[in-house]
Design a protein around this ligand. Structure first.
Ligand code: ATP
Ligand code: MN
Length: 458
């Protein structure tokens, strides 16, 4: 039970001479002549508390051990730290088998640490990552709550096969070794738990639209699942998505909100995670702070898809995926636009209807839809959004011409029958944002326990 005021971050605020008890885990220690030094961390801040032990660190205390140390704060001679702890009494709370403890002082590769997800959280890098992730989550709620958005808890299990945003994971209690069959030999899902095929959600958007037609401005913030077998540094099978949805809003309003939102979260991290950002800037990517400060203070660029394609065609590059009007933009194209052409976040709008979802609002030209993707340097797409088709008959047309059956969309269509309203929203992948603000290069290193093809350990 850490008492407030006794976390290490709080101890750094106290005056020399204060008697305190510090609790945490031994990150490293060393003995020099008659004096021992322990670097103690409890995860509350980037800086470790240095503990000075007269007579040396007791032999039963090793790296990784959990300790409670009573003593007095003294002025620290070391640069960059206000106080250190002179130990009077060290209680060993939990010993550590130092001969096998995998977290060694020398530092480890991020790949190695992924195999040690239960211990990697004690390292500098992951301490900083998860404090920043926490700050980002808090800033997201704060941003929407300050603006009167209602938080909606959209379901994780669904039998509505509406979204089509990606491959879905099935949810079933049927016995895989002995599947019930119908007369025509297909699986008899009427005997399954939900009476029909069920899946993990790929997006909370359609449910958020329901709530937006009752509460005006809403947002979801929760886990999302995609069974895409893409082994990239930017894709997870389970990730967290933030999805605001706003009634009485068009694409311009949606774009303005996305920009204000990203700037707000970035400012919050700059204001509250100074030491962690300093670490990322020194050890992970030395442009991180400069980039965030730049983004926090400058307007995003805006181009239409058609303009973006012209820029890509004019680029003197050999693309892996050739560009012409009508193709979906690949990561290489997105990164070129944001990293080389504009050197800042770019919002691309008005994509061809063929490459976007059926629910996006049709433009006058009948060729493009009111979609937007927000692209940022290093990551590419961080947000995907759109104004939704609110016209009942146009939506019916779009569903049928996309080759989809109308029946499953009955309730989605009824929203357009009973008090329809222009509305818009977007989806932000939390992990992509955390990658962006930390400079971390692999999405597996910004979520506590990554789920990717072949891996759901811990
Ligand atoms: P991408 O083209 O990068 O695969 P998408 O177009 O499939 O993304 P959307 O369906 O628009 O993505 O989802 C909205 C947001 O969710 C994306 O902008 C991205 O930030 C995030 N996202 C999508 N898929 C993943 C994933 N597999 N892992 C992590 N984040 C994701
Ligand atoms: Mn998208």
């Amino acid at each position: 039970m850490i008492r407030i005021g006794e976390r290490i971050v709080d101890l750094f605020q106290l005056q020399p001479g204060t008697p305190v008890t510090a609790r945490g885990w031994v990150k490293t220690f060393r003995n020099s002549k008659e004096t021992g030094f322990i670097q103690l961390t409890d995860g509350s801040c980037f800086k470790d508390l240095q503990v000075v032990v007269d007579g040396g660190v007791p032999a039963n205390i090793g790296t990784g051990a959990c300790v409670s140390i009573r003593g007095e704060l003294v002025e620290s001679p070391g640069a960059g730290q206000s106080v250190e702890l002179r130990a009077d009494e060290i209680e060993l709370v939990g010993a550590s088998d130092t001969t096998t403890y995998p977290m060694q002082k020398k530092g480890h590769s991020l790949e190695f640490l992924r195999e040690k997800a239960h211990l990697r959280v004690r390292t500098n890098t992951f301490g900083s990552v998860f404090r920043v992730r926490n700050a980002v989550s808090w800033a997201i709620h704060k941003f929407f709550q300050e603006r009167g958005f209602i938080n909606v808890h959209s379901p994780l299990i669904t039998t509505s096969d509406c979204e089509g945003a990606g491959a879905m994971f099935g949810v079933t209690t049927l016995d895989m070794q002995n599947l019930p069959r119908t007369e025509d030999k297909s699986v008899d899902f009427s005997q399954d738990f939900f009476g029909k095929p069920a899946h993990l959600t790929v997006s909370g958007q359609l449910e958020a639209e329901i709530f937006a037609t009752a509460f005006s401005n809403v947002y979801t913030f929760g886990p999302t699942f995609r069974a895409e077998n893409s082994n990239t540094p930017r894709h997870l099978a389970e990730f967290w998505m933030v999805e605001p949805e706003m009634a009485f809003c068009d694409l311009d309003g949606d774009r303005a909100l996305a920009e204000e939102f990203l700037r707000y979260v970035i400012k919050h991290v700059l204001d509250n995670c100074g030491q962690d950002l300093e670490f990322f800037n020194q050890r992970i990517d030395n442009t991180v702070i400069e980039t965030l400060e730049h983004v926090a203070n400058s307007a995003f660029e805006h181009v239409t898809y058609t303009e973006a394609v012209k820029l890509l065609e004019a680029a003197n590059r050999s693309w892996e995926f050739p560009v012409q009007w009508g193709v979906d933009l690949q990561s290489e194209h997105e990164r070129y636009l944001t990293e080389d052409v504009f050197k800042k976040p770019v919002v691309v709008t008005d994509y061809p209807k063929e490459i976007k979802a059926f629910y996006m609002r049709m433009n006058e030209d009948n060729k493009t839809v009111r979609a937007m993707d927000v692209l940022v340097p290093r990551i590419g797409e961080i947000i995907g959004g759109s104004q939704r088709e609110e016209r009942h008959d146009v939506l019916v047309d779009r569903i049928t011409s996309s080759g989809l059956p109308l029946e499953p969309y009955w309730w989605y269509l009824e929203l357009r029958k009973y008090g329809t309203v222009p509305h818009a929203g977007f989806g932000l992948g939390l992990e992509r944002l955390v990658m962006y603000v930390t400079g971390m290069k692999n999405i597996r290193d910004v979520i506590p326990f990554p789920r990717t093809p072949g891996n759901a350990d811990f």
